[in-house]
Design a protein around this ligand. Structure first.
Ligand SMILES: [Zn+2]
Length: 63
């Protein structure tokens, strides 16, 4: 177990087997990484890279 200290003063207790990479402060709602640095909420940042390489003409001859 380790403790992440949020900027608001709250301490987030994380079990050592937890490897999510980001944890939410229950007090202020910020998301913090292992080092206590604020990170974007993992669920609210859609990954544009998934669609970046999409080429509508790639399978053109299949239809
Ligand atoms: Zn906080």
């Amino acid at each position: 177990m380790f403790i992440i200290e949020c900027g608001c003063g709250n301490e987030i207790y994380v079990s050592s087997g937890d490897d999510r990479g980001a944890w939410q402060c229950e007090e202020c709602g910020k998301w913090l990484n292992f080092f206590g640095q604020e990170v974007p909420p993992p669920f609210s940042s859609p990954e544009p890279a998934l669609f970046k390489d999409y080429d509508p003409d790639f399978d053109d001859d299949e239809d």
